[in-house]
Design a protein around this ligand. Structure first.
Ligand SMILES: [Zn+2]
Ligand SMILES: [Zn+2]
Length: 666
């Protein structure tokens, strides 16, 4: 710096990024005798507050250093590594989020860690790469060797590991982890639903003789701080975690695995809106290390990348140990003549009876929590709706409550209709898992069905899954929470109550997701020596998704999906970005949305759709409008959006969220 100000003072300045949604890092003065490097955690004043932040680099200058506030203290924490800082900047740039908001994802633990607190030291056992693990089949061993080579190469590569449910993909990528451990590297395994990973942890311990470090949002604070430090110091060698584990400060990361890579739970839908699988590929790229994407039903995005050669592709075509895939049949619900209030077809009931009589287990899948999705007055047609959202209140009979699944609004179930005051006219329409349990209990009084959904705590879910795995319960009824990763040796029949549920609505991935979910849930059946069978109850047995499930022809289904998306330039062949506007005053939100469209970019192969009221037009008391930017892959969507949004001022009470590569269109 050769400015006059700098000549008057020898105060050094640094830029500190604070975990707040600010435009970027702020400059601070460095007190004499203090040595600071990029990545160091410091406390620094912001207004009257002292905040923990990270030294991001040299100061920008332009302000008299004598007028800058000094950083207060350097914290006794391992610095945030350079590759993680670059990753944070990259994610912020891609998602149009504030860098400090992304930094916060990497600071959930240390920001809570006050430097004076005593360290509780918890030892992390070292997983042993040479611990004798299960015997691999020839197919598994070949795939494991290929992944091991990729790890040994110690540079970026992305490999799709595709195999039917039960083909032993986990054991294959364990060998890649073993190779990383041999090379003294850390490994990260991302799972979409960490709360449900009991069996993963057991299999890991069986292979490596020790548990991995587990990272998810429900950990107590002290445990989170411990793990954060152990990852940053290198003490924790393997981490299994939900999407936020991607922002841990690994000291020597050598491998990333994203298991169930197709899973929609990888998309973070609030705060910083990002897709953890896509960002995992970016992190691997920036760190120049291999990443493995594992799935039985890979996303079209990943399949296309494998087909074009951007990703490697390893396929395990058979189930491990010679087990057969479940046979799948569709039951045409148009022809069942079920009485109102009953949801299990005679065919499925018959098969359930046979299965239970053989001492085997039954799983019923219905992706709907609670008792009934809709409560309606038979006298006047009034529907019980949430006052804050465009959504029905869902009856939860077990808790004797009406609940909004979007905002958590609770109400008593009314005895008289709130609209017309008619008595005893409120009826429950449609099934939730609680109502299904009632029907099952009436049909099979000697069996008590267990229920699992997002209403249950992690411990309850783990307990129920353990009991079902041991065969103590014979009947399990659940939502998508039961779809993933579980291995039930005596489960031979899966019944899908409403196979069409996911096909409703205009989501571009509705068919793909329904296929993935139903394929996965059907794959729970018959994983050991006994063959499994799955029944899909559907009103659309001729739908391509149902046909693909019955025939088992996943490749043909994906090819048809791929053609349809290519023809409409939809992802992965085109790019999307959604703008979601919300606010308490509907007119104000609509006016701003209309104004935004007037400033919309135009160009070849570029379209802006909307504004349209969002399907969830009212959410938590805020009125919502959506705009969708569609562009070919040649366009730089982020640059377009920055220019566009730079031309308008968002009114004070309106919120504007940008969702790059949207997965939800609600
Ligand atoms: Zn009424
Ligand atoms: Zn609500």
């Amino acid at each position: 710096m050769d400015s006059p100000i700098a000549k008057h003072s020898n105060t050094r300045t640094i830029a500190v990024l604070l975990p707040l949604p600010l435009a970027g890092p702020y400059d601070y003065a460095v007190p004499d005798g203090v040595s600071l490097s990029p990545g160091d955690f410091v406390t620094a004043p912001l207004g009257a507050r002292q905040m923990v932040g990270v030294v991001w680099g040299a100061g920008k200058g332009g302000i008299d250093p004598a007028k800058l506030k000094p950083v207060r203290a350097k914290l006794d924490l391992p610095p945030l590594p350079e590759d993680l800082r670059r990753f944070i900047d990259w994610v912020a740039d891609y998602t149009l989020a504030a860098p400090g908001a992304v930094l916060r994802l990497a600071m959930r633990a240390p920001s809570a860690a006050q430097p004076k607190k005593p360290r509780r030291a918890v030892a992390f056992d070292a997983p042993d790469a040479e611990h004798p693990g299960p015997q691999l089949s020839v197919q598994q061993a070949d795939a494991a060797r290929a992944l091991g080579d990729a790890v040994q190469a110690q540079n970026y590569s992305c490999t799709l590991l595709q195999g039917v449910t039960g083909s032993g993909k986990t054991e294959v990528y364990f060998e890649a982890i073993a190779q990383a451990l041999r090379q003294g590297k850390q490994a990260l395994v991302l799972l979409p639903e960490i709360a449900l990973t009991v069996q993963f942890l057991q299999r890991f311990a069986a292979r490596f003789g020790a548990a991995p470090a587990e990272w998810h949002s429900q950990l107590p604070d002290a445990r989170r701080r411990n793990i954060w430090r152990a990852v940053a110091s290198g003490e924790a060698r393997v981490v299994v975690g939900a999407r936020s584990a991607l922002f841990l400060a690994f000291t020597d990361l050598g491998l990333i695995i994203a298991d169930e890579e197709h899973d929609a739970a990888y998309k973070q839908e609030d705060g910083v809106i990002y897709h953890a699988r896509d960002m995992a590929v970016v992190r691997a790229h920036l760190k120049d290390i291999p990443i493995v994407l594992s799935s039985a039903t890979p996303s079209l995005e990943t399949v296309v990348n494998a087909q074009t050669g951007r990703y490697g592709h390893l396929i395990l075509p058979d189930r491990h140990g010679g087990a057969q895939l479940a046979s799948i049949e569709a039951v045409d619900m148009r022809a069942t003549g079920l009485p109102a209030g009953q949801f299990i077809s005679p065919r499925l009931l018959h098969l359930m009876g046979e299965t239970l009589a053989r001492g085997e287990q039954v799983l019923l899948f219905l992706n709907r929590r609670g008792y009934a999705p809709l409560t309606l007055c038979r006298a006047c047609g009034n529907r019980m709706e949430c006052p804050n959202c465009s959504a029905w209140l869902v009856e939860h009979r077990y808790h004797n409550r009406m609940l909004c699944h979007h905002c958590g609004h609770e109400a008593q179930k009314p005895k008289v209709c709130p609209a017309c005051a008619a008595e005893d006219k409120m009826v429950a329409l449609g099934p939730g898992i609680e109502r299904l349990a009632e029907e099952v209990a009436a049909a099979f009084p000697e069996f008590t069905p267990a229920m699992l959904s997002g209403d249950h705590s992690v411990d309850q879910v783990r307990g129920a899954i353990a009991a079902f795995t041991r065969g103590e319960t014979k009947l399990l009824i659940g939502t998508q929470i039961i779809v993933k990763g579980h291995h039930f040796p005596d489960l031979t029949l899966v019944g899908v109550i409403d196979a069409d549920l996911g096909l409703a609505g205009g989501d571009l991935r509705a068919a793909e997701r329904t296929f993935q979910m139903l394929h996965q849930v059907s794959g729970r059946a018959g994983r050991a020596q006994r063959p499994g069978h799955a029944v899909l109850q559907t009103y659309m047995p001729e739908h391509p998704v149902m046909q693909a499930l019955i025939s088992g022809d996943q490749a043909q289904f994906l090819a048809a999906e791929s053609d349809a998306r290519r023809a409409r330039a939809l992802p992965p062949f085109g790019r999307l970005a959604a703008l979601i506007l919300s606010g308490p005053d509907q007119q104000q939100v609509r006016d701003f949305a209309t104004m935004l469209v007037r400033h919309a970019p135009n160009g070849k192969d570029l379209h802006v759709l909307g504004p349209a009221p969002a399907p969830l037009a009212l959410l938590r008391g805020r009125h919502r409008y959506r705009l969708l930017l569609m562009a070919t892959r040649q366009h730089n969507v982020q640059a377009l959006l920055r220019r566009w949004l730079g031309r308008v001022n968002v009114p004070p009470r309106v919120r504007l969220n940008v969702d790059i590569d949207p997965y939800s269109f609600m």
